[in-house]
Design a protein around this ligand. Structure first.
Ligand SMILES: [Zn+2]
Ligand SMILES: [Zn+2]
Length: 360
């Protein structure tokens, strides 16, 4: 029996998340109702919650996995009871932007197709979500033997693989991944799987040992001014410089140093600079004369969905090691706080609605 009302964590204003009783969403033809099992806490949601960049009320949470409990007329390929991972936006695949593979700029992609009520915003911090027809291509079945938590990681892994695909790399290249939080660790693993030698940097020793188990060839704790990096990079690359640097920390000083550490024709990939409005000074001659590309990557690539599912569900990228903290739905505000203030022992934080689902 599906109840008429449910618990949802409603965003009511900056830093104001409230557990409220709201109606279970109604679905129409072509839609799904999914009972949420797990939802990851994502930095982009934290930004919206803390800075109030979008108007309330909304129910956030977009790294969602759960079980289909009701289907609208005309839905094919799924059954009630299927365990699924969701993607909250899906590109149209036919507009000008999509033809240029710039899915994150597509108008349809900018619409969120999953909601627990109010303005659609993902809805994963609620008991049930409504999945609209235009995001059905983003619904992925979770194989028996894999957990909901693994399913909830498909979206963040996709964003990382998209970033990796933006780099022009050859096996044996040397890439620095600055920052070994959950995102940086996924970069380390995916690059290592491609035969790239990864130099992983972070201020927490506990993370660096995980970087090694994810395949980093070298790990380094940067001195406060990054003073120990140039000589290390010189040694690792026979004086040539890094082929690329991935910046998975939102620090401008790290970008500037990375630009110096890469070789001519190399790339600096920005992944964490999502806060607008900060002007930053950079030596543009490094881009023009030294052909050092400064590039960015944001959000997921629809075309990578199958590849990502294979990587995660086969455990070639074993995301289970990345999930360190689990909170129940009524503790979502605490989950967001912890994810916002990472500590030595915290990586990915998830909101779970299951008694204990660490593995199946
Ligand atoms: Zn996310
Ligand atoms: Zn499009």
């Amino acid at each position: 029996m599906i109840p008429k009302t449910m618990q949802a964590v409603v965003y009511r204003g900056p830093r104001d998340l409230r557990v409220e009783t709201v109606p279970v969403p109604q679905i129409q033809a072509g839609e799904l109702l999914v009972k949420v099992a797990v939802c990851g806490v994502c930095p982009t949601d934290i930004k919206k919650i803390h800075y109030g960049t979008v108007p309330p009320p909304r129910v956030f949470g977009h790294e969602t996995a759960g079980t289909i409990v009701r289907m609208g007329r005309g839905v094919e390929g799924f059954e009630v009871g299927d365990r699924v991972a969701l993607h909250h936006h899906v590109p149209c695949c036919s507009c000008h932007f999509c033809r240029h593979h710039a899915f994150a700029q597509c108008e349809q992609y900018k619409r969120t197709g999953i909601t627990a009520g109010f303005e659609p915003a993902g809805g994963g911090y609620a008991e049930y979500v409504r999945v609209m027809p235009f995001v059905l291509p983003g619904v992925v079945k979770i194989p028996r033997g894999n957990s909901f938590e693994e399913g909830a990681m498909l979206e963040p892994v996709n964003t990382v693989l998209k970033g990796v695909e933006r780099l022009n790399l050859l096996p044996g290249d040397v890439v620095m991944v600055a920052g070994q939080g959950p995102i940086g660790l996924m970069f380390t693993r995916l690059l290592a799987l491609r035969g790239v030698h990864v130099l992983a940097t972070d201020l927490f020793d506990s993370r660096l040992s995980l970087s090694q188990s994810m395949g980093a060839r070298w790990v380094l704790k940067p001195e406060p001014d990054g003073g120990n990096l140039p000589s290390a990079v010189q040694r690792m690359t026979d004086g040539r410089g890094l082929d690329a640097a991935v910046i998975a920390v939102p620090l401008d000083t790290v970008v500037n140093q990375a630009q110096k550490l890469i070789r001519g024709g190399g790339q600096v990939l920005l992944f964490s600079h999502t806060k607008r409005g900060d002007a930053s000074l950079t030596d543009l001659a490094a881009v023009c004369v030294d052909e050092k590309d400064l590039i960015g990557s944001y959000s997921a690539d629809f075309l990578l969905q199958k590849k990502v599912a294979r990587l995660v569900f086969s455990r070639k990228l074993d995301v289970r090691a990345l999930i360190t903290h689990r909170f129940f739905l009524d503790q979502t505000a605490e989950a967001v706080d912890l994810a916002n203030r990472p500590s030595a022992d915290s990586l990915k934080v998830v909101v779970t609605q299951q008694a204990a689902e660490t593995s199946i």
